[in-house]
Design a binder for this molecule. Structure first.
Ligand SMILES: NC(=O)c1ccc[n+]([C@@H]2O[C@H](COP(=O)([O-])OP(=O)(O)OC[C@H]3O[C@@H](n4cnc5c(N)ncnc54)[C@H](OP(=O)(O)O)[C@@H]3O)[C@@H](O)[C@H]2O)c1
Length: 332
């Protein structure tokens, strides 16, 4: 009897695996496609541009600093696979004025055709204890990380829906899946991305447009080096409980997921665990993904409780050390 049940269960799982591709989106063909990458002059954005260029895409890089844009363009052009490919650079602040962003997207579309894939990579992180973070920093991070993703997406969505083709990629963060010490300003701006992406995906799916939210772990980029200069000790110690990725690794995974139209893009075992644990009502793009989430949820919740406990210990130890230093400072 037990054998019969096990066989039936295995057959059912196998059937789901076989049916899974039927509900998955048709992959986007990158050769000849127009890919716009905001924040494409540095770090993860630049590596995403290189990855897409290597697969035959035409690229528009968007960032503010013109010198860094030109430097990135030269680097990307080394990876061309045919002599028709173009890298266009546009200098604009994506977080300030919607009409400016709309204009530059129009210019890019006039030169390289309608946008097939938009990757919203422009962003930054500033950490600090809640009471130490300037109120203006909360506004700044919301502006660049959230509105800086809303504006370019808003500028491309109508054409994508009309053409019934498109991919929009948002860069959240693992700190957009779990709120961590020192990230009150950053985490909230990255959680906001998830809400935007889920709602947008529900609107655009009938038009064959797919949204991907990427949740990278700590990644070795100029932006990460800058962030580390002011990171509280607690945040640094918590970050060190997971390993650091290269921007190339992260970019490869994001481009792969965007091509497939996967809603979730995560990397490594921590990324897999966090994404399964925090899937909530997020869309799935294959039956197997949904099945894995159902099966693993309880186990991952138990693991997450252990993680949270170890973070509490780190924070308490830091408090004790700080108090010790304060006492020695006062008595010195
Ligand atoms: N590195 C990590 O550990 C990590 C982890 C998780 C998520 N992320 C996210 O991944 C994204 C890329 O991070 P990264 O570490 O690769 O950053 P990065 O090396 O600092 O690069 C940031 C890029 O965004 C551009 N940018 C910043 N503000 C802009 C604005 N207002 N308008 C237009 N462009 C702007 C920058 O160019 P200009 O300064 O010239 O404008 C640069 O090209 C960010 O959204 C970040 O939050 C990073």
């Amino acid at each position: 009897m037990l054998l019969l049940v096990a066989t039936f269960f295995m057959a059912f799982v196998l059937l789901l695996y076989m049916l899974s591709p039927l509900i998955s989106p048709k992959p986007l063909a990158l050769p000849g496609a127009h890919v716009v990458v905001t924040g494409g002059s540095s770090g993860i954005g630049k590596c995403i541009a290189i990855e897409c260029y290597k697969q035959g895409a035409f690229i528009t890089l968007v960032a503010r600093n013109e010198d860094r844009l030109l430097q990135a363009k030269k680097e990307i052009e080394k990876h061309s696979i045919n002599d028709k490919q173009v890298v266009l650079c546009i200098s604009v602040d994506v977080s300030q004025d919607y009409s400016q962003v709309e204009n530059v997207i129009k210019q890019a579309q006039e030169k390289l055709g309608p946008v097939d894939m938009l990757v919203n990579c422009a962003g930054m992180s500033i950490s600090g204890k809640f009471e130490d973070v300037e109120v203006s920093t909360f506004e700044r991070l919301m502006s660049i990380n959230y509105l800086g993703s809303v504006y370019p997406s808003r500028a491309v969505i109508t054409t994508m829906k009309e053409r019934r083709v498109g991919r929009i990629v948002f860069l959240s963060s693992q700190a957009g899946q779990v709120g961590l010490f020192g990230f009150t300003a950053y985490s909230s701006s990255k959680f906001a991305i998830r809400g935007l992406a889920e709602a947008l995906q529900m609107e655009v799916k009938p038009y064959n447009v797919y949204v991907t939210v990427a949740y990278p772990p700590d990644t070795d980029t100029p932006g990460f080096a800058e962030e580390n200069k002011t990171k509280p000790l607690e945040t640094r110690l918590i970050s060190e409980t997971t390993s650091i990725c290269t921007p190339e690794q992260v970019a490869k995974q994001i481009v792969k997921d965007a091509i497939q139209g996967n809603f979730n893009s995560s990397i490594g075992s921590d990324g897999y665990m966090l994404s399964s644990l925090t899937c909530g009502m997020a869309p799935v793009t294959s039956i197997t993904e949904g099945l894995q989430q159902v099966v693993t949820m309880g186990l991952f919740r138990m693991l997450s409780l252990l993680y949270l406990r170890s973070f509490d210990t780190i924070i308490r130890r830091c408090m004790v050390e700080r108090t010790k230093y304060e006492i020695t400072d006062k008595t010195a």
